[in-house]
Design a protein around this ligand. Structure first.
Ligand SMILES: Nc1ncnc2c1ncn2[C@@H]1O[C@H](COP(=O)(O)OP(=O)(O)OP(=O)(O)O)[C@@H](O)[C@H]1O
Ligand SMILES: [Mg+2]
Length: 520
């Protein structure tokens, strides 16, 4: 172990020789790191490198480990998250940790409810305090709404508000922007700027290099549980960091030209989705488009534009059901349940993996083969060895990091869980594949692999619709991009016409028109 160059009185957080083993995996191996007071320190690494594990130790979520942790020069050993909170550490979790059946405000004050007269719950008081936190984040989520009614992006904002409400002087952010749009991320960065003025120390995890290079003072790279290096942001580059993360060069993916989409696979005509009790009345309004065989169609738009809703309508997962016509291979379809859509050859990777994608009590194998058990049948019985082999194939294809196919899915890192869901749907070999922000939380190397897989599937004639919170991703992947704004199609761009600026213009068209109207 090398000695820490900074005296411990200077470092706010000192991690000394921490090792953490799980059955079959060493998640952290002799990691030492020091973070100065007021520093924004980024942690980078591939899916499964050990980032979240280290953060969970700092936040008192994981209590059994070897090594030592010091906060402000004092050795600490947290018995739980309460201990960590008392020592001024709070965490924004990667896997959102909210209670769906409670209101937004109740979630934020969970375990430290505000009471009147010593015992009555002060709902109004908590809602007001929540509204003030949201004002900082410039969002208008209603504090009385139930969390389960919120989209993942909004849930992520609640998780952020909750951590901010603790006013800690050490704040851990584990992929805080993974479900946020660029606009929302910008608001978060403004909050981060204010926290830094107040001297808060921040540990920041992200797979988005832009963010890291915009925010961090120093960057630590983990690989396979070991600390590779800590570097000053000013003295390094994205290229170097990526190289240290994956141990090899990652070329930015450029898919070969010459994909030529065939005839119509999916026709959508005047699709409208009612929005009961809402001033806008329609979540989607008269959306029409066509998806061709062997085509990747991107759906762009800001938060609330209706991207997820559109995919849910196609997959029979929207309620109330949409109006309009959907033709699959020229035949009208009206799915009232995802099972019907699946039977007709459609598949969907949902953005909300915790609620809609993952079967948390099952193994990696079960999560992967769930929809294709038929492939493991022999004489009418499921053959275990065959099922395992199929799961192993997927694990290899997507480089899923797991102790084995029999490991519990919840023992996987966030990015690797996401890869399992993608693997499940790829196995179904659908005719139409719907991907809702599929690379959320996936590391740079795996993203590149996924782009190549998508390209290959599409060259074999599959029709793919993909949404993404990252525009460059759509620009890389798609043949065409449809832009939504407040539930309507405001633009369509073909591959030669792509530019982030034009997409943004269409995505904000309504607002532009409205303000132009107001000005005249
Ligand atoms: N509770 C657990 N039980 C068993 N193994 C675990 C558990 N938690 C984490 N691991 C393993 O420890 C390793 C590190 O996981 P960790 O969640 O820290 O990765 P990460 O760097 O945060 O990745 P990601 O970018 O995907 O979030 C992984 O191999 C993971 O499977
Ligand atoms: Mg993680």
């Amino acid at each position: 172990m090398t000695l820490d160059p900074r005296p411990s009185t200077l470092s706010h957080i000192a991690v000394r020789s921490i090792t953490k083993r799980f059955p079959g995996v060493t998640a952290l191996q002799d990691v030492s790191l020091s973070v100065a007071r007021g520093e924004l320190h980024a942690i980078c690494g591939e899916n499964g490198a050990g980032k979240s594990t280290l953060m969970k130790i700092l936040a008192g979520v994981i209590t059994e480990y070897d090594g030592e942790l010091q906060i402000a020069g004092r050795s600490v050993r947290f018995a739980g998250t309460r201990d960590a909170a008392a020592a001024g550490v709070s965490i924004i979790h990667q896997e959102l940790n909210l209670v769906g059946s409670l209101s937004v405000a109740a979630n934020i004050f969970l375990g430290r409810e505000v009471r009147r007269a010593g015992w009555l719950l002060d709902d109004r008081g908590m809602e007001q305090a929540t509204a003030e936190l949201f004002a900082q984040l410039e969002t208008d989520i209603r504090p009385s709404r139930l969390v389960r009614e919120l989209r993942v992006g909004d849930q992520q904002l609640v998780e952020i508000a909750k951590a901010l409400s603790l006013r800690s002087d050490i704040l851990i952010m584990d992929e805080p922007t993974s479900a946020l749009t660029d606009q929302e991320a910008d608001r978060l960065f403004r909050v981060i700027g204010r926290l830094r003025q107040q001297g808060v120390t921040i540990l920041y995890i992200s797979h988005k290099m832009d963010e890291i290079f915009r925010l961090a003072d120093r960057i630590t790279v983990l690989r396979d549980g070991s600390l590779v290096r800590t570097l000053d942001r000013e003295q390094t580059s994205r290229r170097e960091i990526t190289h240290l993360m994956v141990g090899r060069e990652i070329e930015s993916v450029r898919l070969e030209d010459g994909r030529c989409p065939g005839d119509a696979l999916l026709d959508v005509e005047d699709l409208s989705l009612p929005w009961p009790g809402h001033a806008r009345r329609w979540r989607l309004e008269n959306v029409s488009f066509q998806l061709r065989r062997g085509e990747v169609l991107g759906i762009a738009g800001l938060m609330g534009a209706g991207r997820t809703e559109l995919l849910e309508c196609l997959f029979g997962a929207a309620s109330p059901p949409p109006q309009g016509r959907i033709l699959l291979d020229g035949r009208p379809v009206a799915f009232t349940h995802p099972a019907e859509a699946k039977a007709a050859g459609m598949a969907m990777v949902s953005e909300d993996r915790k609620r809609l994608g993952l079967f948390s009590r099952m193994t990696v194998r079960e999560n992967i083969t769930l929809c294709t058990l038929r492939d493991a049948l022999r004489g009418g019985l499921i053959q275990d060895s065959r099922e395992r082999r199929l799961a192993r194939e997927s694990v290899e294809q997507l480089s899923i990091r797991t102790a084995g196919t029999e490991a519990a899915i919840t023992s996987l890192s966030g990015g690797n869980q996401q890869k399992c869901i993608i693997a499940r749907w790829l196995r179904t070999q659908p005719r139409v594949l719907l991907l809702d922000d599929p690379t959320r939380g996936i590391d740079v190397g795996a993203k590149a692999e996924l782009y190549t897989i998508i390209d290959a599937l599409c060259r074999r004639g599959m029709g793919i619709i993909v949404t993404s919170s990252e525009l460059p991703e759509l620009v890389t992947l798609c043949d065409r991009i449809l832009v939504l704004c407040e539930g309507r199609v405001t633009g369509e761009l073909a591959r030669g016409e792509f530019s982030e600026q034009r997409i943004m213009e269409f995505a904000t068209q309504r607002e532009v028109h409205a303000s132009a109207g107001a000005a005249s």
